[in-house]
Design a protein around this ligand. Structure first.
Ligand code: SAM
Length: 356
């Protein structure tokens, strides 16, 4: 899949937008959202917050009914219901909710119509984003988020709800672990494209992706830069599911026991945010050349973006895990003996931190 992947497949636009444009769009959306909220009286804001949980349930229901697959053209709701073999009234109610979210559209004739997002929700879409719905609607994730809500002081919400810490639980549940890998691969393709374009890879020869999942990111990166050799490093259960690539060596192991030697660049993409500060320092100490850390950048002043959401997701899934400001990452890197050389904004909204 990686050889042919392009921006249309991963983000729905012919090219990745320049980071400044992506940043401006995020800020504009945040401003409009503030205006939207500001126009609502407080009780409506409270109810909208409470009913936020229904977004998740309705999206999962729509996908579990295969609505994205069946809605391949404008369809009367009764016809859509026939196709998905469900009660027309159930389908109408979900379709109307979904129209308010942009997952599909309802036209003047009352027909459901696919939007760009509907296509991204299909199981066979090359971007693979459907896996995020399947991951986030898994009972273990739902239980962890619920535990955070009922017991916010608990040290590890995921383990408290499911009996084991996140990665141990995943390893013991291969079917769900595979879904998590697929969700990570969707982001990996996007990050692969973004990193391939945003950084100069000319002086790099051998790049290791630590916690690189099944290799989606590395596959895209080495395809775009044919002089690169890749080393994919992850837990044994994940490496067993890796997608083979002729220029990517796969290495299974525990990053806390040491990193594969002999690479001039080590990537950590959405990996450090899984861990507390001590573990992050331990991981970075394994790097004696160059590290590129890609994470959502937490701002000192709150911004309503994906990073604000993944920061709270980490509260539910990963004890001590968090999104960090560039300053916080630089401080942890310094404790590991690495200096922050520069940072590069990415069109994904994340930031690449180059450490040496
Ligand atoms: C949040 S995912 C990020 C995956 C990928 N880098 C991305 O951005 O999509 C974290 C990855 O770290 C891996 N991981 C967790 N603990 C690890 C360990 N001790 N050693 C190596 N990899 C580990 C997980 O299996 C998973 O693939």
């Amino acid at each position: 899949m990686s050889a042919t992947i392009d921006a249309c497949d991963v983000i729905g636009a012919p090219v990745l937008p320049p980071p400044q444009v992506a940043g401006a769009i995020t800020r504009l959306r945040a401003l409009l959202a503030r205006v939207h909220r500001g126009l609502a009286p407080p009780p409506v804001q409270v109810l909208e917050g409470v009913f936020g949980l229904l977004d998740h349930g309705a999206l999962a229901a729509l996908c579990n009914l295969d609505v994205p697959e069946q809605l391949d053209r404008p369809l009367p709701v009764t016809e859509l219901a026939r196709r998905v073999e469900a009660d027309p009234e159930l389908v109408r109610r979900l379709v109307h909710y979904a129209a308010g979210r942009g997952w599909l559209r309802v036209d003047r004739r009352g027909r459901a119509r696919p939007t760009r997002t509907t296509r991204f929700l299909r199981r066979d879409h090359p971007g693979g984003w459907r896996a995020w719905v399947e991951f986030a609607s898994g009972p273990e994730v739902v239980a962890a988020v619920a535990r955070l809500g009922t017991d916010p002081r608990v040290a590890d919400a995921f383990a408290s709800a499911n009996g084991a810490p996140f990665f141990d639980w995943q390893t013991a549940h291969p079917d769900r672990h595979h879904v998590f890998d697929m969700a990570m691969a969707a982001g990996g393709r996007l990050h692969g494209l973004a990193l391939a374009a945003a950084l100069d890879w000319g002086a790099t020869t051998r790049v290791c992706d630590i916690g690189g999942g099944t290799g989606a990111l590395l596959g895209v990166l080495v395809d775009r830069h044919p002089h690169l050799q890749g080393v994919l490093f992850d837990l044994p259960a994940v490496i067993a599911r890796a997608t083979p690539h002729p220029r990517v060596e796969v290495v299974a192991g525990d990053a806390f026991a040491g990193l594969p030697p002999g690479c001039d660049t080590y990537l950590f993409v959405n990996v450090l945010h899984d861990w507390d500060d001590e573990h992050v320092v331990q991981l970075l100490r394994g790097v004696s050349t160059r590290a590129i850390v890609v994470e959502g950048e937490r701002r000192e002043r709150p911004v309503d973006d994906i990073t604000a959401r993944t920061d709270v997701l980490m509260l539910a899934l990963a004890p001590g895990g968090r999104e960090r400001t560039t300053g916080e990452l630089a401080d942890l890197a310094a404790r590991a003996g690495l200096g922050l050389e520069r940072t590069v904004a990415l069109p994904t909204g994340d930031r690449a931190h180059v450490l040496r």
